[in-house]
Design a protein around this ligand. Sequence first.
Ligand code: GLV
Ligand code: GLV
Length: 321
Amino acid sequence: SPPKVFVTRYVPPGGVEVLSRHCQVDQWDSQDPIPRDELLKRVQGIEGLYCLLTERIDKEVLDAAGPQLKVVSTMSVGYDHVDVAECRSRNIRVGFTPDVLTNATAELTISLLLATSRRLYEGIKAVREGRWGTWNPVWMCGQGLDGATVGIVGLGRIGFAVAERLRPFGVGKFLYTDSEAKTYASEVGAERADFDTLCRQSDFILGCCALTDENKGLFNKDAYSKMKKTAILINTSRGGLVNQEDLYVALSTNQILAAGLDVTVPEPLPLNSPLMRLDNCIVLPHIGSATEKSRAAMSELTGQNIVAALQGEKMPREVPY
Ligand code: GLV
Ligand code: GLV
């Protein structure tokens, strides 16, 4: 009989169609996340798991599934929610969806950057609240990209796509911190700097890296204290990169100018979060990859990863060893 696969959410249908040709598919067919106890029940006996970044795939889930589980594929490029080491030790292969969301996420990063630097949220609010008195030479002035220094923490696929797209805006200089980004760096003319230097010199600081144990809370009080008063922080990677309490202090005491966050801890960000009270902080609901095209491609790729692994073939996108 065909292998059993569980899909943890209603997703763009392409991925389920791919799976249905080769597998027996069970699905939590809802736009709300599956409750944990339900997840633990439904994974019993499956060989493939199609999951999202809203589920923690840990020992408990793998135990609940059973020893026949062969592959976990997440419909995301980030896989910090999956215990990859534990999967490895059980010979469970892990798939993810890089590349197909790179352009969409780069676009959203730039949208946040432009929105914060040119104060779109404040401007829209002022218009709607009747505070647009007159064209005023000194009102609503922001920071332009022309001649700016942009520091990219994580010059990988997405960071590189952001840099390529920012070049035509006249960015003067790109800085980056990682040691493995040399090829990307030379293509966009980025200079390597240590994190302190990047914080001190950048007008715009972009979080584009994967979240790891090492960079958790990287953007903290210490980092903000080194940044320019005119600096703008953008994070489209994972909320855990940013210490939000410290960010609130930095933004509300004008240590830095503004922040644009597509990701937070927790998600959703509670309405009573102090960050919600700030006009110089734009928070978006984790929509970096949210174009129709990208989400459809992510779903299909997730399905293809699972089918390939179950057939003992090379997965289109397997999490690197
Ligand atoms: C979204 O955050 C992703 O990791 O794909
Ligand atoms: C602005 O609208 C200008 O004409 O300078």
